[in-house]
Design a protein. Structure first.
Length: 277
């Protein structure tokens, strides 16, 4: 082969190898760990996740690690957002729900301050309304960028405790070591931004009448986004999404008492106390 042609072929080979390496590096779940021994894990699916009013519904009950990284949830540093997780426990069993969030964007999901033990799901089909929830504060030090969040769901009981590990669905039966278990993991993206306005502008927000009897009207200078009403037990009793700058809520079916109203827009959340007469 002519030397010039040889050099061209070497360049082509190098370029091909380079782009192949780039493609492989971007393959899910890179740069994060996969789930170890996935073929040994018995899948018990996460059916739904809600975070900052973005809902992910999952029907994949065959793969251990689910790729929802096309879904990006906007959050703001210094703010707190509600995470809810639903899942199928395959009968009257318990599963441990943990969230791992790479706030510092270093490709590791279990640094200090990045692990959230959300709770234990018990005896749920995943579609019966049973969920576990946690309010998660975004650190003020969180990098202003997109980052990964992973939710794991792992079978647990008193004798066989679930292992908290973003890279495994495993448990320790009777304390005899760590073994592949029952459950699933799901990844999606958080888009972290710094708030330009730290809170709702109180002078531009109106909530009336107070106390409310049949309806409650809310007006603001921009789109509200969504609202949630909770009773004093923390149970959500009303939800409304896709709201503009003015909305009216029917509260006629609520019992007399004190409720918590939570308003959201793209980057902000604000909580108010309301009274129903």
């Amino acid at each position: 082969m002519h030397y010039a042609n040889f050099k061209i072929m070497r360049k082509i080979t190098f370029v091909f190898a380079f782009f192949t390496a780039v493609i492989n590096a971007q393959t899910f779940p890179n740069p994060y760990c996969g789930i170890t021994e996935p073929d040994e894990v018995v899948v018990e699916e996460i059916t739904s996740i809600s975070f900052n009013n973005v809902v992910i519904n999952n029907i994949n009950d065959t793969d251990v690690l689910i790729d929802f990284t096309a879904t990006s949830v906007p959050v703001a540093s210094g703010q707190t957002y509600s995470l809810k997780v639903y899942g199928n426990t395959q009968g009257n069993f318990e599963t441990n729900i943990v969230a791992f969030i790479d706030w510092n964007n270093n490709g590791v999901l279990n640094d200090a301050g990045e692990i959230y033990e959300v709770g234990t799901l018990t005896n749920s089909t995943g579609t019966d309304g049973i969920f576990v929830a946690m309010d998660i504060p975004v650190p003020t030090t969180a990098n202003n960028a997109t980052t990964r969040i992973r939710i794991t769901k792992t079978y647990t009981d008193e004798e066989s405790v679930a292992v908290i590990n973003p890279c495994a669905i495993s448990f320790s039966p009777f304390g005899f070591g760590e073994f592949p278990g029952y459950g699933q993991a799901l990844d999606f993206i958080l888009n972290v931004n710094t708030l330009s306005n730290p809170a709702f502008d109180a002078q531009s927000l109106s909530i009336y009448p107070v106390p409310a009897k049949n309806s409650l009207t809310i007006t603001y200078k921009s789109a509200i986004g969504s609202l949630h009403i909770y009773n004093q037990l923390g149970q959500e009793v009303h939800k409304k999404t896709g709201l503009g700058p003015e909305t009216t809520v029917d509260v006629s079916n609520l019992a007399v008492g004190v409720y918590i109203l939570k308003l959201f827009n793209e980057k902000e959340a604000k909580t108010f106390k309301i009274f129903k007469e």
